[in-house]
Design a protein around this ligand. Sequence first.
Ligand SMILES: Cc1cc2nc3c(=O)[nH]c(=O)nc-3n(C[C@H](O)[C@H](O)[C@H](O)COP(=O)(O)OP(=O)(O)OC[C@H]3O[C@@H](n4cnc5c(N)ncnc54)[C@H](O)[C@@H]3O)c2cc1C
Length: 453
Amino acid sequence: MELRHTAVLASLLGDPARVVTHRPTVEQLSRDFYWYSPVLRKQLDGKIGDLVVQPVSAVEVQRILRYCHSNDIPVTARGAGTGNYGQAVPLYGGIVLDLARMDRIEQITRGGVAISEPGVRLGVLENEARTVGWELRCYPSTIIKASLGGFLGGGSGGVGSVAHGNLRDFETVRALEVVTMEPEPRIVLHQGESVHDILHAWGTNGIVTRVWLALAPAVEWAQCAIAFTSFAAAFDFSERIAADSAWTKRLVTPFEWPIPSFFTPVRQYAPEGKALVFFMIAESQRADLEAAACSRGGEVTYSGKYLGLRTRPLLSDYTWNHTTLWAIRSDEAYTYLQCAFDPATVRDQMRRLKQRFSDDILFHMEFWKAADGQMIPGAIPVVYYRTEERLNEMISFCREIGVFVANPHVNNVEGGGRYRADNVQLLAKQRYDPKGLLNPGKMITFKPHEFAR
Ligand SMILES: Cc1cc2nc3c(=O)[nH]c(=O)nc-3n(C[C@H](O)[C@H](O)[C@H](O)COP(=O)(O)OP(=O)(O)OC[C@H]3O[C@@H](n4cnc5c(N)ncnc54)[C@H](O)[C@@H]3O)c2cc1C
């Protein structure tokens, strides 16, 4: 990118320090956790932006996008860069729009809606909400680092989804504002159903600058780890707790052995050869849960009050996609899939996968409540990577036997499995980013465009 752009952008912000050209910093802020996938690693290594720009307001975002529009400069939004599909990696250089400084929580309403800028870290929002009797409905296991805007742009659900569904369900995102990439960028309010135009669009169709997020009443939580002699017993018990609305829970996560052996800091809670389940349960129900588990052959290996995100051990650090991280630390050949099993046939589906792929697939389940109220046995299985063909064979086999796969080894919105069949994200891109300058290359059904570097 030409040098003159750096000077103009600095003058637009009135602060040269917020236009970053220092190469190692630009490199660092151009990456996310795409390296979880050996397939994406090959595609995305070495892709970097030309410079990083750090706005502090929606008005500054408008100024930057106006300039980029008139100069055909690609813009890739970045929250905290914890996504693991290369969502925030700029494929065609240009500007990395680092939104971390737009992190103001404007208000938490009496009715439990947080109104906030996109750069706020989810952990900060959770802590703030809890001081006034609310908490996040669901959050990724990266809560401490991840931003709200990044969760909306690229995340799906996580801790809490077993009770409140995924981020896109149950009107959790009440409204949002986006800045468009047009000759005169506008700030457009999306509320109700129209939030889905923007959610999980990887920043390809607008820059989110303000969010209205519905919260849940805060609960006094406890955590426990319970071991079972077989994964079947661990899964049966987990499913029972997840599906029964009498239990107030935030996390129900069963792991097949040897996955618990990867969790080095909490290895003492994982008896050799046994399946393990991690729970976050209402403190008032902890004793009942543990008694119920023991009556079904479970052994409580850890139990304690949850005292917030500084609690140690923090069991959520081993769940959702953190499980994959611990597996990769143990052996770099591990990677993962993201699946939704059929509640009616989940055991048969798991049996068939095991029969075909043996321990190349290790079960790590995560439940979530679907929009119709059904409890979905989701999974982020740990997968031993041999070749791309073998990985694709596993994905195809899953789909053949009715297991839904949101493929984490592709670098576009449509391929990732959360693209809307009604094309609302694409339609919004056509309206708000007609030149295709926002995170170019990531929405492949959009008419391709050539970008000169
Ligand atoms: C160890 C690990 C565990 C994880 N666990 C989970 C999990 O439990 N659940 C889950 O859903 N995800 C999970 N993830 C993925 C990721 O952490 C979350 O989706 C997180 O919310 C992303 O937030 P971020 O700020 O890091 O976003 P980024 O990675 O910075 O961005 C994600 C996408 O959103 C876009 N974006 C960012 N800000 C904006 C904005 N203001 N406007 C428009 N677009 C924007 C970016 O361009 C990018 O496409 C995990 C990842 C890792 C590495």
